[in-house]
Design a protein around this ligand. Structure first.
Ligand code: NAI
Ligand code: MG
Length: 495
């Protein structure tokens, strides 16, 4: 049985979707479009305008003049906050439509999109709406030793950075747009957003809702297109003040190079190879927790618990438990009821992930379960548990971004801290134990931006998220992200 697609979704995918620039829907300057496929079938889902450097330039100019001269900067913080709140409300009002679009375009199960992606996206706007009225500077009592006897009044202002280019991935398309747009707007910036070419549809729909919420023209512009053309042009544009990127570490480096031209500010949320550590004294819930850590969203999570470490005494039991869950997961199209895991997002990701599986098996790893593509239509991969790996294998070192976990035993707390940190990445980690001292001692030793104790994949708009090491620069969400979207100005008066 298949979940019925709403009329509004059918209409949305039937017409070619345009770019949203300066409050107007426009075709790409080149007139070109590209197809976004349904990953469950490989068939075209919708046609989307293929923006390139010319369109990015149009969008950046619109954003620049909206920032420099438009009504956006004249709104009170309270007015701005209420508009941002309204975006959250409109997302909830359109939750089913957005969840269907997300499921069709990305492949994730519809109930998951409806229960997680969409409400989390709405909550990010609601949470950030509150910050609009709470952006504050300080007054500072200064000393100035070379001006004895002088008195001063000094204070800081926190101002928007200006025109922000945002480049987002395909694993949580709407949610990543929300993570990026909501704090940028709360702090008074203007944005050119470039969604991932694999999953452009919910960002286009979101642009409609943003306009309906009353965001002035030019404040949010959405340019669909490819990374090498539209994305690269945005990262390099001389009138963009900041670029915020989520995606591969490889492209993160390209963004940095492109940003060097005008030294734009850069924040990066990149890959991971996060350890999930189960101690002998962990509760039985650790087994399901370990499975959820890797198989949620088909393993297409930057923070997936892709390196499972289990203390020796429980290794066989936990690995077999995770393998059993893997075997029981029902694969199918995201819009089919009963589906627990959908396809990977694209043919390219299917080839990438199965390439890793082949490499792991060729290097001598054992597939306790899974190990190959599932079926021959769509981009499905079997949930896989690999053992007998060594720390230097590609499957252990590199981000696979699919439903593939490598499992290894460990003996003591000291061994595990070193093994957990034996990676270029530092995004997240899970710790499963009933001994709170051990848990907190290990949490301190792990060099990663997020640590979950007796849970995994717990996200909240108020919790900062981001990476140590090669997992990125800066933090998303929470109060922390506001620093990445503001400049600080120190003002001093001689009294
Ligand atoms: P990617 O890093 O190429 O794509 C992410 C975004 O960057 C997309 O919007 C893309 O259009 C854009 N982009 C690509 N090349 C660009 C360039 N030269 N300049 C500016 N923007 C550019 O990721 P891709 O190829 O889709 O996936 C490859 C691997 O990246 C995955 O297997 C996974 O390991 C990792 N990845 C990590 C994500 C995360 O959440 N940290 C999300 C997506 C992918
Ligand atoms: Mg790429």
């Amino acid at each position: 049985m298949t979940v019925t697609v709403d009329r509004s979704v059918e209409e949305f995918t039937a017409a070619p979707r345009q770019l949203f620039i300066n409050g107007q829907w426009v075709s790409a300057a080149s007139g070109k479009t590209f197809d976004t496929p349904n990953p469950a079938t490989g068939e075209t889902l919708a046609k989307v305008a293929e923006g390139d450097a010319q369109d990015i330039d149009r969008a950046v100019r619109a954003a620049r003049s909206a920032f420099d001269d438009g009504p956006w900067g004249r709104l009170t913080p309270s007015e701005r906050g209420r508009i941002i709140w309204k975006i959250g409300d409109l997302i909830l009002e359109h939750a089913e439509e957005l969840a269907q679009l997300e499921s069709l375009d990305n492949g994730k199960p519809y109930p998951v999109a409806l229960a997680a992606d969409i409400p989390l996206a709405a909550d990010m706007f609601h949470y950030m709406a509150g910050w609009a009225t709470k952006i504050e500077g300080n007054t500072i009592d200064i000393s100035v030793p070379y001006m004895p006897g002088a008195n001063f009044h000094s204070y800081t202002l926190r101002e928007p950075v200006g025109v922000v280019g945002q480049i987002i991935p395909w694993n949580f398309p709407l949610l990543m747009a929300a993570w990026k747009l909501a704090p940028a707007l709360a702090t008074g910036n203007v944005v050119v957003l470039k969604p991932a070419e694999q999953t452009p549809l919910t960002a286009v729909k979101l642009a409609e809702l943003i306009a309906a919420a009353g965001v002035p023209d030019g404040v949010v512009n959405v340019v669909t297109g490819f990374g090498e053309t539209a994305g690269a042009a945005l990262a390099a544009h001389p009138h963009v003040d900041k670029v915020a990127f989520t995606g591969s570490t490889e492209v993160g480096r390209l963004i940095l190079q492109a940003a060097a031209g005008n030294l734009k500010k850069v924040t990066l949320e990149l890959g991971g190879k996060s350890p999930n550590i189960v101690f002998d004294d962990a509760s039985p819930a650790a087994v399901e927790g370990a499975a959820n850590a890797i198989f949620f969203n088909h393993g297409q999570c930057c923070v997936a618990g892709s390196r499972l470490f289990v203390q020796e005494g429980r290794f066989d039991e936990v690995v077999e438990g995770v393998a059993q869950i893997a075997r029981s997961i029902r694969l199918g199209p995201g819009m089919e009821s009963g589906t627990q895991m959908g396809p990977l997002v694209s043919d390219e990701q299917l080839r990438r992930v199965t390439g890793y599986l082949e490499s792991g098996l060729a290097d001598g790893a054992t597939a306790v379960t899974g190990g190959a593509r599932h079926g021959d239509t769509g981009y499905f991969v079997e949930p896989t548990v690999l053992t007998n790996t060594t720390p230097d294998m590609k499957v252990v070192r590199e981000e696979i971004f699919g439903p593939v976990v490598v499992a290894a035993p460990f003996s003591s707390l000291d061994d595990i801290a070193a093994a957990a940190n034996d990676t270029e990445y530092g995004l997240g980690a899970g710790i499963w134990t009933q001994d709170i001292s051990k848990a907190h001692a290990l949490a301190k030793k792990i060099r990663a931006g997020t640590i979950w104790i007796n849970c995994y994949n717990v996200f909240d708009a108020s919790l900062p998220f981001g990476g140590y090491k090669e997992s990125g620069w800066g933090r998303e969400m929470g109060r922390e992200v506001l620093n990445n979207y503001t400049e600080v100005k120190a003002v001093t008066t001689l009294l």
